[in-house]
Design a binder for this molecule. Structure first.
Ligand SMILES: Cc1ncc(COP(=O)(O)O)c(C=O)c1O
Length: 374
């Protein structure tokens, strides 16, 4: 992984604005509930679908986020993070050799997860600067073997929050062609500028063929607890649960008990926390000459390096070696590394001071070092 190499290159004291690590810890009461579960002897297998009290917490969150009633008994499965949820969903909706549409640029784990499920990734190109989903791009890669599509909204890395027109287009196509939609909504708690996060969950016609993937990693600041979930209609959930049981037997019991203590007010309010920091990072990168489209949601700013004359991989390496700043090069988000060599991904979630200090270091570096010629 390119980023791991950069981390090794980075000197001590490097400022990491590459990775989406939450800025804080889970609420103290939630940590206490997990400790207490261990002390009370919750050491053995839990219900493989997930603790019923945790599924109730997830159903309440879905009601707040989407205004939709979800039955925790028959429609929610607790998984080992969104990562397992994605694999389980794809194993549920595809057979070996089926084709799965991925929007490029994509979250870097997607192609591997599709292949692990025995399916074949097919890439739908989103084009800068708007990264919009178009009918033309979609229909170009459709084939009789297309069985599923993975939609990530809010989107990592571009920051798109796909709008009603785009969602309608995709869902109509899915319904016409019998294609399942897996939506990765791990950043649903972070949408900017008064926009709304939209999900197939709230589209009655789309629900029977959709699997909504969510996670407590970002919304409860617990990436290491490895708690995610799938929401799907009861028929789909039966199959999901069989696969989930055969792959993991379920998520760990004591941390599920802890997470069950989450209250509505504990869910990270990404807009309140990050809107100003997003604005600051967008303004800072733009003033340094990067090409930036303000992200509509999610945790990242995807910034173009072409106007600066720097290939993104070289710039990321030199920033790590010389400026002590870690940014993610764009190549892992594209099939062909050269397509990503015009982009870096940065995050504003690491705190205002880190963001400002990183911008200062990048400014000093760009003033001191000329881009490679040719
Ligand atoms: C778009 C996206 N999906 C899934 C994940 C993985 O989430 P989890 O920690 O719940 O496995 C991440 C993590 O960064 C992500 O950015």
């Amino acid at each position: 992984m390119e980023l791991a190499k950069l981390q090794r290159l980075g000197r001590s004291g490097s400022l990491d604005i590459a990775l989406g690590i939450p800025p804080g810890d889970p609420p103290a009461a939630v940590v206490e509930a997990a400790v207490s579960a261990l002390r009370k002897g919750r050491h053995q297998y839990a219900d493989t679908a997930g603790l019923s009290e945790l599924r109730a917490v997830i159903a309440a969150d879905a009601l707040r986020t989407h205004g939709v009633v979800v039955d925790p008994d028959t429609e929610i499965t607790v998984t080992v993070g969104a990562t397992e949820a994605l694999l389980t969903a794809l194993l549920t909706v595809t057979d070996p050799g089926d084709e799965v549409l991925l929007f490029e640029p994509y979250f870097e784990l997607y192609p591997g997860i599709v292949e692990l499920a025995g399916a074949v990734p097919r890439f739908v190109r989103l084009e800068a600067p708007d990264w919009r989903l178009t009918e033309e791009a979609l229909t170009r890669v459709l084939s009789p073997r297309t069985r599923a599509v993975v939609l990530n909204t809010p989107h990592n890395p571009t920051g798109r929050v796909f709008d009603a027109q785009e969602l309608d287009l995709l869902m109509n196509l899915c319904q016409e062609r019998g294609i399942a939609c897996v939506t990765d909504e791990v950043y649903d708690c972070t949408v900017f500028d008064g926009r709304r996060h939209l999900s197939p969950l709230a589209m009655p016609g789309a629900r029977p063929t959709s699997v909504i993937v969510g996670s407590l990693s970002k919304k409860a600041q617990m990436t290491g607890w490895r708690i995610g979930y799938c929401i799907a209609d009861p028929e789909m959930t039966e199959v999901l649960r069989r696969i989930h049981e055969h792959t993991t037997v379920g998520t760990n019991h004591p941390l599920q008990s802890g997470a069950s203590a989450l209250k509505a007010s504990d869910v990270l309010d990404g807009r309140a926390l990050f809107q100003d920091r997003r604005d600051e990072l967008v303004a800072g990168l733009s003033s340094l000459g990067f090409t930036v489209r303000p992200p509509e949601g999610g945790w990242f700013v995807f910034a173009g390096t072409e106007a600066l004359g720097w290939p993104a991989r070289t710039l990321s390496r030199r920033l790590a070696e010389s400026a002590g700043v870690l940014v993610a090069p764009g190549s892992p988000f594209f099939q062909r590394p050269e397509d990503g060599d015009r982009w870096i991904r940065t995050t504003f979630v690491r705190g205002a001071e880190t963001t400002r200090a990183a911008l200062d270091r990048i400014a000093a570096f760009l003033a001191a070092e000329a881009p490679p010629s040719g």
